[in-house]
Write a protein that binds this ligand. Structure first.
Ligand SMILES: [Zn+2]
Ligand SMILES: [Zn+2]
Length: 134
């Protein structure tokens, strides 16, 4: 597999992944909605050691043990980290140069999904987090 690459809207923030994402997950929670403006968000879970940032995002928005990073130049949301899940980061699908390669297997916070959002058949649904926090 060739490396996966991604960049923000303006290109200042860019990354290269040396391995496929560990998982692809959608989240319908209101916090993701506020952070991105989209009805729901799709995240690629990467082990930190497989990600190389050509340029890391300098913007960060913290809430409790979570950090959402964004490009301070163009505002693109970049990734999400949770201190309870060390060693990994969740990169927004929109960052990737080939987003069509990825499909979410799990949908989190389905109880908060908006009425006009259809979750495809066969996807795993989770009323709250799809990844257990310790
Ligand atoms: Zn940017
Ligand atoms: Zn969420």
């Amino acid at each position: 597999m060739s490396d996966l690459t991604g960049r923000c809207r303006c290109g200042r923030v860019s990354l290269r992944a040396r391995a496929a994402p560990l998982s692809v997950r959608a989240c319908h929670c209101g916090d993701c909605r506020k952070a991105t403006g989209a009805p729901y968000s799709v995240f690629l879970e990467f082990a930190l050691q497989t990600l190389h940032w050509e340029q890391e995002p300098s913007g960060v928005s913290c809430r409790g043990v979570t950090r959402r990073r964004f490009c301070q130049n163009c505002g693109s949301p970049v990734d999400y980290r949770d201190d309870r899940l060390p060693g990994q980061t969740y990169v927004l699908l929109g960052m990737m140069d080939e987003p069509e390669l990825f499909e979410a297997s799990d949908h989190a916070f389905t109880h908060e999904a908006l009425p006009d959002v259809t979750i495809p058949e066969g996807k795993r649904r989770h009323p709250a987090f799809s990844v257990e926090r310790p």
